[in-house]
Design a protein. Structure first.
Length: 74
């Protein structure tokens, strides 16, 4: 049987450092932005995340894109 994979949506997840813990480890927070077009180019998603989060005072530690795909067995 053939498997049909249909992209549903993408979620942009950006982690950033808000400070240090008492032991000196980085304190990380993350923000998710839903409804990213599934057909948007990875470079465009990365560039938009960089532009948006450059407006805050905290340094970005990672940018991730989570793709959600509907899988149907035909």
């Amino acid at each position: 049987m053939a498997l049909l994979a249909t992209p549903i949506e993408s979620v942009l997840v950006v982690a950033y450092q808000v400070g240090l813990t008492d032991t000196g480890a980085p304190k990380i927070r993350q923000r998710s932005i839903a409804n990213v077009r599934s057909n948007a180019l990875d470079q465009d998603v990365y560039d938009v995340a960089g532009a948006l989060f450059s407006l805050q005072e905290f340094p970005v530690t990672s940018i991730r894109r989570d793709n959600r795909i509907d899988l149907v067995n035909e």
